[in-house]
Ligand binder design. Structure first.
Ligand code: F0G
Length: 569
């Protein structure tokens, strides 16, 4: 991309072959500026508070990358006066007078040159791209090296880059360094490569098999929620209701792939630790495949519907004296001793199936709105879904199907009583601290040691997203809000909407955004929580006149309790 001089004080060019915000630099008033600094200047000048906050909240890793880039570009590092939050002190002489035309010409230039993005027409140019600071890592390695015995799919360690053939051995983490494994492919598909029913296996071009053990799963609704959208005040709000999968949660997408891999490896016993939904899905898909299943659950902390599912589908259920993290430690030990094939989200193949949530959202949203959503908000427990969505986006960027500037910001929500990911994002840490004590009404995400954090934290950061914690009361309120739109979810699922409400209120999410909230599990998973959040049944005598009197009493301000008193009197 060559230089573009729309103003003699402005020069913008790119190191890459095409215009790309990642390698952009600019010269203003004869000085070269790093994109972060330019965005900061513009944010301040134009009063774009959310961009300013985003740049101020820049993480330590991103900051050190940016300092390196500053030096590469011969910029003056002394202008960075604070690292956390990131602050740049700059002195542009005649700033007030001269910056305005510079900004105007940058915006004009940006309008002409920026990759087509239909929803930028009616917005300020620089606001939707906090991840265009120049540091976003949305790429996969250019020259992957498959191991011996792998054709076009293999396992790659995200820590030490060790590679393994896909189905030779039963492995869950890297045999060299114990790091997390990721499935890699020789080629990544574009949207044109997907065909067939709008369900998980439509996306087989992005998966390690053509078909799996299926019930079938995926193809969930992307609901419009007009009242909630107006109430929250974002430009467009959609709810992807994963509770409509065969066993009532998104886990089915991972199991259809994971159990297929188990068949390939010829294992005979499947196992997982679970806060409930994984165990329900594993039990059903294991039953479908005719395999023995074993599930380890934290005693007394799993919602009734989930235990009922695991039980009826024939899983052997072990209630462990401990929390979910303890259960996962135990099941990892069992797997390492060769006693069972582990199907928690630590298993990289599970996440392959869960990528299809992202593929469905992007395809459907673009078909209906003509653009991709700005943000996806999701509940976070073990952070598997967050990692899966990030992988989905990077693969699409790799194939050229998605521009880096179109990648939705991943926004994770945890319960206040179990929020190690939120803590890590807030403190700019590259790993999470294990919370020994966790508690929340949202038992599905009652997790203190999210094993996928090394994959998910970069996903939140590099997409320009964030993480937020919500109280149990806020979760219950959001559960009622969704129910008011006809969407019945379990408490953990409602966390996404509760988190969005909080982020809009704090100004961290702009009201101009198109947002998709993920609701991960069905209302009937946790009937006790639903009944506690909803209206209490009112007892009435067996007589039509009595019922009418009761209804009339209620309509003039009576309540269930008043009705009860009236009947007693
Ligand atoms: N929502 C629901 C309803 C869940 O069941 C889970 C996880 C999550 C969100 C969090 O997803 O782990 O990918 O960040 N449930 C697991 C289980 C832990 O055992 O059912 P994550």
């Amino acid at each position: 991309m060559s230089a573009d001089d729309t103003d003699d004080r402005l020069e913008v060019w790119c190191a890459g072959e095409e215009w790309c915000p990642i390698t952009a630099t600019a010269t203003i008033l004869g000085k070269k500026w790093h994109p972060v600094i330019i965005h900061r200047l513009i944010a301040e000048e134009r009063g774009f508070n959310d961009l300013q906050r985003a740049v101020d909240g820049i993480s330590s890793k991103v900051l050190s990358d940016s300092l390196e880039q500053l030096e590469d570009h011969g910029l003056v590092a002394r202008e960075v006066v604070s690292e956390k939050p990131f602050r740049v002190e700059y002195s542009v002489t005649e700033r007030g007078a001269s910056l305005e035309p510079v900004i105007e010409s940058m915006r004009e230039w940006g309008r002409r040159i920026w990759p087509p993005r239909s929803n930028c027409r009616d917005r300020p140019l620089f606001v939707p791209w906090p991840h265009t600071w120049g540091m976003a890592d949305l790429t996969l390695p250019d020259h992957p090296t498959p191991p011996e015995g792998a054709d076009d799919v293999w396992l790659h360690c995200i820590e030490c880059s060790h590679t393994l053939p896909p189905f030779n051995d039963v492995v869950f983490t890297c045999p060299e360094c114990d790091g997390l494994l990721e499935v890699r492919y020789a080629e990544y598909p574009t949207f044109d490569d997907f065909a067939g029913d709008e369900r998980v296996w439509r996306y087989s071009a992005a998966l390690p098999f053509e078909a799996g053990v299926s019930l079938p799963e995926g193809g969930t609704q992307l609901h419009e929620v007009p009242r909630l959208e107006a109430d929250l005040g974002v430009r467009n709000l959609r709810v992807k209701h994963e509770g409509m999968n065969p066993t009532g949660s998104f886990k089915d997408r991972g199991m259809t792939v994971g159990v297929r891999v188990a068949q390939e490896l010829d294992v005979d016993r499947l196992a997982c630790a679970s806060t409930g939904n994984t165990s329900a899905a594993l039990a059903a898909y294991g039953a479908r495949a005719g395999l023995e299943t074993l599930v380890l659950l934290p005693e007394g902390k799993v919602a009734a519907g989930k235990i009922a599912q695991a039980s009826l589908h024939g899983a052997r259920i072990l209630e462990v004296e401990g929390n979910f993290d303890d259960c996962l430690d135990r099941v990892q030990d069992l797997a390492n001793r060769g006693e069972a094939y582990l199907l928690n989200s630590l298993n990289p193949y599970r996440l392959e199936g869960q990528k299809t949530i992202g593929l469905e959202i992007l395809e459907r949203f673009r078909n209906e709105e003509g653009r991709f959503p700005d943000r996806i908000v999701l509940p976070v427990g073990n952070a598997g879904n967050t990692a899966a969505l990030y992988k989905c986006f990077r693969e699409l960027v790799q194939s050229g199907a998605l521009a880096p500037g179109d990648v939705p910001k991943l926004t994770g929500v945890q319960a206040e009583g179990a929020a190690p990911m939120v803590e890590a994002i807030r403190e700019g840490n590259d790993e999470t601290r294990r919370w020994e004590e966790v508690e929340t009404i949202a038992t599905a995400i009652r997790i203190g040691n999210p094993v996928n954090a090394p994959k998910a934290l970069p996903g939140i950061r590099e997409t320009g997203g964030t993480a937020v914690a919500v109280s149990d009361e806020e979760i219950t309120e959001a559960q009622r809000d969704l129910a008011g739109e006809g969407i019945g979810v379990e408490p953990a699922s409602a966390a996404s909407v509760a988190g969005l409400r909080k982020l809009v209120a704090s100004g961290e999410v702009s009201t101009g955004e198109d947002v998709v909230c993920l609701t991960t599990g069905h209302l009937l998973k946790d009937p006790d929580a639903a009944a506690a959040a909803g209206n209490a049944p009112e007892g009435v005598p067996n007589g039509t006149d009595d019922i009418l009197r009761h209804l009339a009493g209620k309509s003039v301000g009576g309540s269930g309790l008043l009705g009860l008193l009236r009947r007693l009197l």
